[in-house]
Design a protein around this ligand. Structure first.
Ligand code: BGP
Length: 474
């Protein structure tokens, strides 16, 4: 019993948070490049403040990040030392189509990922590829208003066709949109959406979401046509809402907020807009413009598996007196039973078991945890070694909870990739200081450092976890 023999242990990163090389070998500019560190980050990622290019006043951490563009061989070798079975990474759309709307791809960009995937294969690591991890070419944002324009579906389709064809036999697992529900909470960073004053933001967000959902179904269709071996998953920023109390008002509120997220997977996995969403959109005054054939496409090309990120559960309360805490972009009411990370994200391993069960009950499809981890301040010694017992404890408890979901509850789980297996730039804050890795990278918030990689204590711990297929967590 326990985890399946072919359980995919590994780690996850995203192109813009680790690659750097933002203008190398023909790469174009993307939304994720122009989000700076500092107080303007939040208004920019939420689409309230306009930042379409670099300026002199801000520091843009994604420009160089941890320079994985030039270090990938060394980094993949370290992942292999830990025994990774899989490595989740994303493709930067603008390496392959610098503007997004070209007919022909940029060969240098295609070649780069081909080399990366071959390096993975050489090290017996199965790549798990996120087609878009928040990124959208800046040109598509300026010329088309990003995903609000239906034509983005065609450009995305072109990207998919290109990569599915080129990487056939090298990549089997694909995710269409990272944390697709983030479009509601961080619309510029998540989907390149910027709002003009007075615009009905809900209308724009849900129309754009519809286009992404269509693009996702289209990707599933093409992936299967090009290679029947391909497995396509959706990706949700998950973490159940608990009612603060047994007051039915709190329970009702929790259910309603959860549905804002489930909406996306309901469409991607069940193949249609759920009744509650149609009613809610009507109340919001949103009218989704659908093209002929959209409903059939959604119905026919549902995902093969469901992936998600889990950092914390959340709490819903109707009482405004309750304190609010931070947590993966959307803030929540503070849960008095839980401890918090240094960034205020609450730590709830049992919540992972609850989330796994809820998703499996709802969809009955294989699940894949593609992000989980603790963002913490690490203090290295002079050799770069970090005694990160706090991270080991966090991961141990979460792996234990997922084991229980598999072994005791019968949830079907394909794998587990921890977030930021090597230190990288934080999506929410832009900091380097918020570290998740087993591998320490010498770089700070201001961009200083040698970029040297060194193993933390958790490196050997995770190696043992993988070697014993999750039975030795000590
Ligand atoms: C998810 C994103 C990741 C990642 C992670 C941790 O929302 O998919 O890109 O960064 O959260 O968040 P943060 O970097 O803000 O700590």
């Amino acid at each position: 019993m326990g985890f399946r023999e072919d359980f995919l242990w590994g780690g996850a990163t995203a192109a813009n948070q680790c690659e750097g090389g933002y203008d190398e070998d023909g790469r174009g500019l993307a939304n994720v490049d122009v989000v700076p560190i500092g107080k303007d980050r939040l208004p920019i990622i939420s689409g309230k403040m306009k930042m379409f290019d670099f300026d002199e006043e801000h520091f843009y951490p994604a420009k160089k990040a941890i320079d994985m563009y030039h270090h990938y061989k060394e980094d993949i070798a370290l992942f292999a030392q830990m025994g990774f079975k899989t490595y989740r990474l994303s493709i930067a759309w603008t390496r392959i189509f610098p503007n997004g709307d070209e007919k022909e791809p940029n060969e240098a960009g295609l070649k780069f990922y081909e080399d990366v995937f071959k390096e993975c294969k050489k090290n017996h690591i199965e790549p798990l590829v996120t087609i878009t991890h928040f990124d959208c070419p800046m040109h598509l944002i300026k010329e088309y208003g990003s995903w609000r324009d239906r034509r983005l579906v065609g450009f995305y389709e072109n990207l998919c066709r290109t990569i599915f064809t080129r990487y056939k036999g090298l990549v089997k697992y694909w995710l269409t949109f990272n944390e697709i529900n983030m479009i509601l909470h961080a619309p510029f960073m998540g989907a390149g959406l910027y709002f003009e004053e007075g615009e009905n933001e809900d209308q724009v967000k849900y129309q754009a979401a519809h286009h992404e959902l269509i693009a996702s179904a289209m990707a599933t269709k093409i992936a299967h046509e090009i290679d029947p071996e391909n497995q396509v998953g959706c990706m949700l920023a998950a973490g159940n809402y608990y009612p603060y109390s047994c007051n039915p008002e709190d329970v009702w509120k929790g259910l309603q907020i959860d549905r804002e997220s489930y909406f996306f997977v309901d469409v991607q996995s069940r193949g249609e807009y759920p009744a509650y969403a149609l009613k809610d959109l009507e109340r919001k005054g949103v009218q989704i413009e659908m093209a002929d054939g959209d409903q059939e496409l959604l119905k026919k090309y549902t995902v093969d598996f469901i992936s998600f990120s889990y950092y914390s559960s959340r709490v819903a309360s109707t009482d405004p007196a309750h304190n609010v805490t931070e947590g993966n972009i959307f803030a929540s009411t503070k849960n008095p039973y839980l401890e918090s990370s240094e960034w205020g994200w609450q730590i709830d391993p049992l919540g992972l078991r609850i989330t796994l069960n809820t998703l499996y009950d709802r969809y009955q499809k294989p699940l894949f945890i593609v992000e989980n981890g603790l963002g913490a301040v690490d203090v290295p010694d002079k050799n770069g070694y970090v005694e990160d017992d706090y991270r080991i404890n966090y991961l141990r408890e979460h792996i234990e909870a997922m084991r229980a979901a598999v072994e005791e509850d019968g949830v079907e789980l394909l794998g587990y990739t921890t977030w930021g297996c090597i230190d990288l730039v934080s999506a929410g804050s832009g900091e380097m200081k918020k570290r998740y890795g087993f591998i320490y990278v010498d770089r700070d918030n201001e961009g200083n450092g040698t970029l040297k990689r060194s193993k933390k204590k958790s490196f050997d711990w995770y190696k043992k976890v993988i070697a014993t297929n999750g039975t030795d967590l000590a």
